[in-house]
Design a protein around this ligand. Structure first.
Ligand code: FAD
Length: 417
């Protein structure tokens, strides 16, 4: 079957691209090897600075430009609106918070900002001054409440905010949690008797505290119900603290987006990688999947390459070179080098490597010539930014996914600021 749009990859940028293309009425197929939700904290970071002010450096031929510079204000704004609408209608709402007005806690007891936050974490804003009780579970070895509380108090005291958090470990009668991971624990919480046992244990210790923080395991799919029940039984606001992998909020986020897309007619083929592409006259005619038996052929008018860069599997790294395996597109990258001790401590030059694109997110070569007219590149595949140092991984994924999907849908004719 021929589609209007084929999205390759179902990370955040691919799913947002599918949202935008489907909203424009396009017949859309998402093909993906797997899902990246299990490593995403669930918190959307837009960047350390203002996404539209700090990244407006000059466009230099042959060098990747910061994706925010290309996508522009409209794509950041439009992408966030579409994202928030989809997760809200899927029953997993997010809130956009003002810069500097929200400080969240991590499983290490460090403090982190967040720009768009799932409802399960909202009550954990440390700037509220609430006295926090942090709860862990005997047997669940990935979360140490005393350690979290000690670290957060130290950090809040350094900021002059007065840390009063306390950590407690509870034992849930009748359930052996030894060896379980975050996802196992989340499924336990969806059993009513487990949730009530936890509430019974915590209610003995909650006096004198304004809010209770749990590791982010309050239900795999029914977080709203679990959070609501705990709040009712404990009589104080409850919140989740992002945990180590697998990340349950990340999985919930991706399930919410996928459910929404499925409900709006988008088709998915998951578990199969795209292994090659058929191109002619600077256009992609079809892609081939590693389906069982023999490779499956899929074709579309437009293709969105959302394969996630080095971490997601969209770019391959050898000791000599970084390459894009499906279309053989040029990759901007640092020269091969051996790191000295000083270089290890400096920034990671590979982090900013990636594909070069024009303002329509079409892949280009060093001279700025378009390589493939009906392919748009999104998210972590793009060069010119470091999602970790700049803390803008999800912001870029949402903005560029939105722009690519809108272009594929015929709804955005111009990009850039
Ligand atoms: C450990 C970790 C934690 C992070 N935490 C945060 C956070 O808390 N907040 C934040 O804002 N950002 C965070 N980020 C950054 C953010 O997750 C990424 O920048 C963003 O999700 C990238 O999205 P993407 O769609 O470009 O790629 P990805 O999410 O990596 O998705 C790539 C997709 O492509 C698929 N794929 C790859 N190759 C093929 C192929 N050949 N055929 C078919 N499918 C293919 C993969 O299976 C996957 O579905 C984190 C990143 C990491 C690594």
């Amino acid at each position: 079957m021929k589609y209007d749009v084929v999205v390759i990859g179902m990370g955040l940028s691919g799913l947002v691209a599918a949202l935008a293309a489907a909203s424009a009425g396009r017949e859309c197929l998402v093909v993906a090897k797997g899902c990246s939700g299990h490593y995403h904290s669930g918190i959307i970071d837009l960047g350390t600075g203002d996404p539209l002010v700090d990244n407006n450096g000059p466009v230099i031929p042959g060098q990747p430009v910061h994706p925010y510079r290309l996508a522009g204000a409209m794509a950041v704004q439009g992408g966030l609106e579409l994202f928030c609408r989809a997760v809200r209608e899927s029953g997993y709402p997010y809130t956009r918070v003002d810069r500097g007005s929200c400080l969240l806690l991590t499983a290490m007891g460090t403090l982190r900002q967040g720009d768009v936050v799932p409802f399960t974490m909202e009550n954990g804003n440390l700037l509220s001054g609430a006295r926090l009780l942090v709860v862990g579970f005997e047997g669940y070895g990935d979360f140490f409440p005393g350690y979290v509380a000690g670290n957060v108090n130290r950090r809040l005291n350094l900021l002059g905010l007065g840390g009063t958090a306390k950590g407690v470990m509870v034992r849930v009668a009748g359930t052996d949690l030894s060896g379980c991971n975050a996802y196992d624990l989340a499924t336990h919480f969806e059993r009513d008797e487990f949730c009530r046992s936890v509430a019974r244990e915590v209610s003995i210790k909650v006096k004198g505290f304004d809010a209770v923080g749990f590791p982010a395991v309050l239900g795999s799919r029914q977080a709203g119900e679990v959070l609501g029940e705990l709040q009712e039984l404990l009589g104080v606001p409850v919140f989740e603290i992002p945990t180590f992998l697998p990340s349950v909020p990340g999985m919930r986020l991706f399930n919410a987006l996928k459910d929404y897309l499925t409900g709006h007619g988008v088709k998915f083929m998951t578990g199969f990688g795209v292994i090659s592409a058929q191109t002619r006259n600077q256009r992609c005619e079809a892609v081939w999947l590693d389906t069982p038996g023999r490779p499956g052929r899929v074709s579309a008018d437009t293709y969105i390459l959302a394969t996630g860069g080095i971490v997601g599997g969209g770019l391959e790294v050898t000791p000599e070179i970084i390459r894009e395996p499906l279309f053989g597109l040029p990759v901007a990258q640092p020269p091969a080098y051996r790191r000295t001790v000083e270089q290890w401590l400096a920034g990671q030059p590979y982090a900013r490597s990636g594909l070069m694109v024009n303002e329509l997110l079409q892949p280009v070569d060093e001279e700025g010539r378009v390589c493939l007219e009906n392919v748009h590149v999104t998210g972590r595949n793009l060069g010119g930014y470091d999602p970790f140092a700049d803390r803008c991984g999800s912001g870029v994924a949402i903005a560029t996914g939105y722009l690519a999907g809108s272009l594929a849908g015929g709804g955005a004719s111009h990009a850039g600021t």
